[in-house]
Design a binder for this molecule. Sequence first.
Ligand SMILES: [Zn+2]
Length: 277
Amino acid sequence: MKELKEILNTVLKEKKGYLTFLTGAGVSAESGLPTYRSVDGIWIKGTKYHRPEEFGTYKYFSQNQEEVWQYNLFWKKMIEEAKPNPGHMALAEIEKLLGDRFRLITQNVDGLHQEVGTENVYEIHGSKHKVRCSQECSEPFDFPENIPSKEYTEDLTPEDIDNLKCRKCGNWLRPNTLWFDESYNEKNYYFDTAYDIADHTDILFVIGTSGSTALPVGIVETVKISAKWIILINPETETYFDYILKGSKTLYSIQESSSKALPELKALIEEILNKKE
Ligand SMILES: [Zn+2]
């Protein structure tokens, strides 16, 4: 990784902008969480198969609240059982090394980055650890403790249904995550903050994400236009990001899984920062 070392050395010693890490489903997949768009992500209810693009929408929720909550309580269970992997841990250590120059923008909604102590995390697709009123009468708040996670086949009880209603207005609560038919915003999803971070980034690490949603693509394009370094970390090399960055002089690709590449990156940053001037 000689060339990467030179890039890091220059940025760490001569520049002042952020080292920004953009993480996606590939990082969580190494903790056993299914990627949302893979076959595993398909929700089967009775004999009906639903694709995420169909049921992961506000429209579907507004007609099938119980079913969508049943799916989300099953996800809650999978998240509770998932353990952070070496990629998550390396990022927490990189934050300690970089201090205020570290920013982490994640598409993941599982909270695994925070679980290992990473602090500067911006969840641009929301968090499954929070809920909010579906009629937007209040701010997002932590998942109520009286709502249990569920097995795949378990139905909601009348008590669950009652606990899943907003205490203020009586309407359904909803997961604090972005659905496919909704727009990004600053209030719930750090839309403006993400662009502001991109504007002040010296190196963007794009990790385990393929570029299938709008804001991550916008972040990558912003960094590309300002001719700052973009480091792709992904075992796959035919992603949309590879396509839009093809031929870029400020692109560096690491064709490895995040749980292998990030501990190596952490060691490299440590080596550069500890070297005597
Ligand atoms: Zn309400």
